[in-house]
Design a protein around this ligand. Structure first.
Ligand code: HPA
Ligand code: ZN
Length: 354
């Protein structure tokens, strides 16, 4: 374990340190990285009609009041994606942006049902995204993997059919997740499809405790056997659950700007990220749907640290290191990234050699 003199890192070096440090992004819906400009470009390319006349009008509609109000517009935005190249272009735009934020590991959620419902072949979805992941590694040095998410507002039968349809591409995704409308769709609704994914050796994650209660986090752990909880911020309402998550170091993929836009918290200054860390939880920082929530991963770090005085160099290091530890990369990859992270923090110490 490295010993870094966090208290000796000058406060004014922290923003640059967080910006330039190597980082992992573990909670990014690739359809949520679709910027309005690209939505319009793809709409034109594919002859898809949009309900908004231009980019400004679409952006103006990004005024959400809760998760569902966001999802309605997020699914409408995704309607321009039809061909393999569209999925490649969307993911490639994200990877270029992620590289600028010094992301070295990205685990991308994708929602096949959003596309197959419009008649798009699942092979085109997975194929385009996978090709972008390969190019991210070769051209940008980003290690990238895909996690297939089931839409929880749809039935478990639909999720099972989606998993079966994806099996010809089994080597192109590393896990399954659960997203979309949380309230009223508890994890146990998907017990069988997660059991099937588990038997296939896939990694398991689920959104829980964003809008839903701590009981949803418990059932994601007990019934779905997930390895990470996406969001999970409502765990603090249950001290026994916090103790369990801390003891097992179950990662939480927290998305601060998302939580403000969807009104999980009233302001960043009220976000519970410092309390999650103080409770010993393996919290990480992520962007969720960066094109819709006002920023990519570095924007999330910068805004959150600016708003919360309790977050300093020690917490910054913990969040970045947790991201690597919580990732589904190999132990060798993780160790290499953590060495780079340590070196970045050591380099931020004042020069005492005199
Ligand atoms: N929560 C649930 N489903 C989602 C989200 C989210 O934040 N983003 C995209 N799908
Ligand atoms: Zn999410």
């Amino acid at each position: 374990m490295t010993s870094i003199a966090f208290d000796a890192i000058p406060r004014d070096r922290l923003p640059g340190l967080l910006r330039d440090a190597p980082k992992a992004e573990l909670h990014i819906h690739i359809e949520g990285s679709l910027e309005p400009e690209l939505i319009f470009r793809l709409a034109q390319r594919n002859g898809v009609a949009l309900a908004y006349p231009d980019v400004a009008a679409l952006r103006a509609a990004y005024a959400f009041t809760d998760l569902q109000s966001f999802l309605d517009i997020y699914y409408a935005g995704a309607s321009v994606l039809l061909h393999e190249q569209d999925f490649f272009d969307m993911a490639w735009a994200y990877f270029e942006r992620a590289a600028a934020d010094h992301v070295v590991r990205a685990e991308l959620f994708f929602d096949p049902q959003t596309h197959t419902a419009r008649g798009v072949d699942i092979g085109a979805v997975v194929g385009g995204l996978h090709r972008a992941c390969e190019q991210a590694q070769s051209a940008l040095g980003i290690s990238a993997s895909l996690i297939l998410c089931f839409l929880r507002h749809l039935s478990e039968e639909a999720a099972l059919a989606t998993l079966e349809a994806a099996l010809p591409y089994r080597d192109r995704f590393i896990g399954v997740g659960l997203d979309s409308s949380e309230r009223g769709h508890p994890p146990e609704k998907f017990a069988r499809v997660f059991a099937r994914a588990r038997a296939l050796g896939l990694h398991l994650v689920a959104h829980a405790g964003e809008e839903g209660p701590p009981a949803y986090i418990e059932s994601a752990l007990d019934i779905l056997h997930v390895e990470r909880i996406d969001h999970g911020v409502r765990c603090l309402e249950s001290p026994p659950l916090v103790a369990r998550l801390a003891a097992l170091r179950t990662p939480l993929t927290v998305c601060p700007l998302s939580n403000i836009k969807l009104r999980v918290f009233n302001s960043l200054g009220e976000h519970n990220l410092p309390a999650l860390l103080a409770a010993g939880l393996c919290a990480t920082v992520n962007s969720d749907d960066p094109a819709y929530f006002g920023g990519y991963i570095n924007d999330n770090f910068a805004a959150t640290f600016a708003a919360l005085p309790a977050l300093g160099p020690r917490q910054g290091y913990a969040l970045l290191r947790n991201g690597f530890e919580a990732s589904f990369a190999t132990p060798a990859e993780k160790a290499a990234w953590i060495s780079r992270l340590d070196a970045a923090f050591q380099a931020a110490l004042p020069d005492v050699a005199g």
